[in-house]
Design a protein around this ligand. Structure first.
Ligand SMILES: Cc1ncc(COP(=O)(O)O)c(C=O)c1O
Length: 384
C-alpha cells in the first residue's frame, strides 16, 4: 500500500501514532477498527469500494502497512503473517539456479529457510562475514541475486555497513535485503543507506508485547512492490485483522519503549563488564566492539539486545539462565518484559553443525523496560 495520509514533515513519534490511522470516516472512531471480514459488497460486477477479498486486502492491514512504511521512510509496505512469511516472500523472487549471500551469523530460522527449503528449489547460498567488503565480494558469483544481512545480527550483535553492502550488491546486479528486526526503524532506516528491501519480524519490538506474530517488508521501488504484492496475494501468508490491530497498538509506543530498552541495556552492559564471572560482553554500543564505529554512524542508539559468555562454558550458561526470576527463560525478544536464553540450544539450534553454529556458552538477553535496579539484582543473583 502506498503511503497516503502522511505528512512528510511529521517526526517519528507523530508517524508512529498517526500515519495510516485517521479517525474512522463513518463513526469517528479514533482507533482503526478491526475489519473482521473476509469479503466486501460490490456495487456492480467487478466494481468494489477498494476491497474485494481479505487475502488480497483488508482495511486494518492497509492501516498497518501505511504506518510501518511511514516509520521506515518507505514508499511501500506489505504485511505478513510472520517474519518468516515475509522472508519467504522476498526469497520467492528467486529462480532455480540463483544464489544468495547471507551473513554468517544470521537468525537460525533464516538459515533454515535458505539452506533447507530453498535449496530444494535449486537455489544455492554462501555464508559470509558481511562486515568486510572483500568477504562479500569473494562470495558473490554471476548467479548472486540477493545479498541478505541482519544488522545488528542475532545473536552476535555484529553490525554491517548497509551503504557498503548495498553498493557491493548493486555493483554485482544483486538486491540488498536488510533484516531490521533488532534495530527497528526508530534506531536505523536501511532504505536511506541504499537497501532495496527492509524485512521485519514484527513479532518483536514493533509489536512489543509478546502477543502477536507478524512480518513486514518495506521498499521504495514500485516494481518491487508490485512483485511482492503479487506474491502476497498469490501465496497468501497474510496477517489476520486482529493481529494488524495489535501491531498498530504496539507501534504507537515504539519510540518510548525503544528509549527505555536502550537505556536499560546500557546499564546491564556496564554491570556485566564489571562482573568476575563474565568473560565477554557483545553490544554494538561498546567502544571496543569490532563494528562500533559503523553502528555509531548508522544507528541512533544501540538497541536492547545484549549477549555474553560466562566462565565455565555451556553447563554454566544453562545454570545461569535457569536462576533468573525476572528474566524469563524463553525464545523471542523485543517485548516489554526481559527474556534470557541460550541461543545454541534454543533459537539457533537449527544452525548446529553448520558454518552458522553458535558458541554453546553464549547467553542472549532481551532487555525489557522494567525497573533497572530489579533487572540488575536478578542478574546478580543468577551469576552469583
Ligand atoms: C532477526 C529475526 N528475523 C526474523 C525472524 C523470524 O520472525 P518470526 O518469528 O516472526 O517468523 C526472527 C525470529 O526470531 C528474528 O529474530
Amino acid at each position: 500500500m502506498t503511503n497516503e495520509n502522511m505528512d512528510e514533515r511529521w517526526g517519528f513519534e507523530t508517524r508512529a501514532i498517526h500515519a495510516g490511522q485517521k479517525p474512522d470516516p463513518q463513526t469517528g472512531a479514533i482507533t482503526v477498527p478491526v475489519y473482521q471480514t473476509t469479503t466486501y459488497e460490490q456495487d456492480e460486477v467487478g466494481k468494489g469500494r477498494g476491497y474485494e477479498y481479505s487475502r488480497t486486502g483488508n482495511p486494518t492491514r492497509t492501516a498497518l502497512e501505511m504506518s510501518l512504511a511511514a516509520l521506515e521512510g518507505a514508499e511501500f509496505g506489505r504485511a505478513f503473517a510472520s517474519g518468516m512469511a515475509a522472508e519467504d516472500t522476498i526469497l520467492r523472487l528467486l529462480n532455480p539456479g540463483d544464489h544468495v549471500v547471507m551473513g554468517n551469523d544470521a537468525y537460525g530460522g533464516t538459515f533454515r529457510l535458505i539452506s533447507k527449503v530453498l535449496t530444494r528449489m535449486g537455489i544455492s547460498w554462501s555464508p559470509a562475514d558481511l562486515s568486510v567488503q572483500e568477504n562479500i565480494e569473494k562470495n558473490i558469483n554471476e548467479k548472486t541475486r540477493i545479498v541478505w544481512a541482519e544488522t545488528p545480527s542475532n545473536p552476535l550483535l555484529s553490525v554491517v555497513d548497509i551503504q557498503m553492502l548495498s553498493n557491493v550488491a548493486h555493483t554485482h546486479g544483486a538486491l540488498c535485503v536488510v533484516d531490521n528486526t533488532f534495530a527497528t526503524p526508530y534506531l536505523q532506516q536501511p532504505l536511506v543507506h541504499g537497501a532495496d528491501f527492509v524485512v521485519h519480524s514484527t513479532t518483536k519490538y514493533l509489536g512489543g508485547h509478546s502477543d502477536v506474530v507478524g512480518g513486514f517488508i518495506a521498499m521504495n521501488s514500485p516494481e518491487l512492490d508490485q512483485e511482492i504484492g503479487f506474491l502476497q496475494n498469490a501465496v497468501g501468508a497474510v496477517p489476520a485483522p486482529w493481529d494488524c490491530y495489535l501491531l498498530l497498538r504496539g507501534v504507537k509506543t515504539l519510540p518510548v519503549r525503544m528509549d527505555r530498552h536502550c537505556e536499560n541495556a546500557e546499564s546491564i552492559v556496564e554491570f556485566l563488564r564489571g562482573h568476575p564471572r563474565v568473560i565477554d560482553v557483545l553490544y554494538p554500543g561498546l567502544p571496543d566492539h569490532p563494528t562500533h564505529e559503523i553502528a555509531r554512524n548508522q544507528m541512533k542508539k544501540f538497541g536492547g539486545m545484549v549477549s555474553f559468555t560466562v566462565r565455565g562454558g555451556a553447563d554454566e550458561a544453562r545454570k545461569t539462565v535457569a536462576k533468573t526470576n525476572l528474566f524469563t527463560l524463553a525464545e523471542s525478544l523485543g517485548a516489554v518484559e526481559s527474556l534470557i536464553e541460550v541461543p545454541a540450544a534454543m533459537t539457533h539450534l537449527s544452525a548446529e553443525g553448520s558454518p552458522l553454529e553458535v558458541d554453546d556458552s553464549l547467553i542472549r538477553l532481551s532487555v525489557g523496560i522494567e525497573t533497572i535496579g530489579d533487572l540488575l539484582t536478578d542478574l546478580d543473583h543468577a551469576l552469583s
